[in-house]
Design a protein around this ligand. Structure first.
Ligand SMILES: Cc1cc2nc3c(=O)[nH]c(=O)nc-3n(C[C@H](O)[C@H](O)[C@H](O)COP(=O)(O)O)c2cc1C
Length: 309
């Protein structure tokens, strides 16, 4: 899927329309960026609703932020976000890292877990909780399950870094204070591979791998680890700024690379990817062992070879 990115600004209409047309054609899913702006100013709704217009059958995910829940959003606003794009699911994003490095950041997350629970109970579409580039650890995954959340999008460290984004924004404004904060927290968080494995070995709900997924081979690795879905954000935004052809090409190369990786390991279906032996070494293995997870289980499994011949 294409991960949540934009909406609420004039330029977003074109970007969202372009991405939506490509995901519809290629049979993928898509998330929209935070819908806060349009919930508060309905004239901006079309910057989001264009997505459903161009992707009438694709799996679409609405988006609101954890800090807004703390500030008073309830099921009413969550439903508004879902209805705006006739969404198939709602994502609530957690972005504590981004908020601390942003000059205008909203750093209160008090009570956010219970608010997530209220919304998950009230909505008739599935509720997913996603990070935005700092990852989700096992302890958080378990807490989210206790709140009846049915999906987690790990969005771990390794791709877009909001601390880096804020560093560059602060630099432009000659704001050395926030530049310093951005630099200090540049790669803070749980890396995507570790976040994915921690979540998959701790809970049994849908887990989406994202954060630095850049190629079809990254997608193949995440699926082999057990991810139910994978998501890409930044590369698709870059492509969208170049036009519809570039978006389609970027996604098609990723899809074809995944198919080829499956061919090369002898997995004839996506579920079969979970049987492919996968060797985890180095820092990732060390991390997992220290945290009480088992990196070796992936290396010892085997795809039934006779089915290949
Ligand atoms: C330009 C941009 C805007 C984003 N805006 C949102 C947002 O509004 N809501 C959200 O949940 N995540 C947002 N994200 C985070 C992405 O959905 C994704 O989780 C994260 O960027 C990791 O993926 P990547 O490394 O492929 O970029 C944004 C990412 C980018 C690059």
């Amino acid at each position: 899927m294409v991960e949540a990115m934009t909406g609420g600004i004039t330029e977003a209409v074109k970007i969202n329309a372009t991405i939506a047309s490509a995901v519809e054609e290629l049979g993928l899913g898509m998330g929209v960026g935070s819908q806060r702006t349009a919930i508060e100013k309905p004239s901006l709704e079309k910057t989001f609703s264009v997505v459903r217009k161009n992707a009438p059958t694709a799996f679409l995910i609405a988006n609101i932020g954890g800090p807004q829940l703390v500030k008073g959003y309830s099921a009413k606003e969550a439903k508004m976000a879902v209805d705006m794009i006739n969404a198939d699911a709602l994502a609530i994003h957690l972005n504590a890292l981004q908020e601390i490095v942003q000059p205008e950041g909203e750093t209160s997350f008090k009570g956010v877990l219970n608010k997530i629970g209220e919304i998950a109970q009230a909505l008739d579409v599935p509720v997913i909780v996603k990070e935005t580039g700092a990852g989700i650890a096992a302890e958080e995954a378990k807490q989210l399950v206790s709140m009846k959340v049915v999906g987690i999008d790990v969005a771990g460290v390794g791709g877009t870094s909001w601390a880096a984004v804020e560093y560059h924004r602060a630099k432009k404004k000659h704001d050395e204070f926030h530049q310093g904060l951005g630099k200090a927290f540049w790669d803070w968080g749980v890396p995507t591979a570790m976040s994915l494995i921690e979540s998959l070995q701790s809970v049994s709900i849908t887990v989406i791998a994202s954060g630095g997924i850049r190629t079809g081979i990254d997608v193949a690795k995440a699926l082999a680890l057990g991810a139910d879905l994978t998501g890409m954000a930044h590369p698709i935004l870059l492509a969208a700024t170049k036009g519809p052809k570039e978006v389609k090409k970027t996604l098609q190369v990723a899809i074809e690379s995944l198919r080829n990786a499956m061919f090369l390991v002898g997995a004839e279906s996506l579920p079969k990817m979970r049987e492919v032996p996968l060797v985890i070494t180095g820092k990732t293995a060390e991390w997992l062992k220290m945290r009480g997870f088992q990196p070796e289980i992936y290396a010892k499994r085997s795809l039934r070879k006779k089915e290949m011949i």
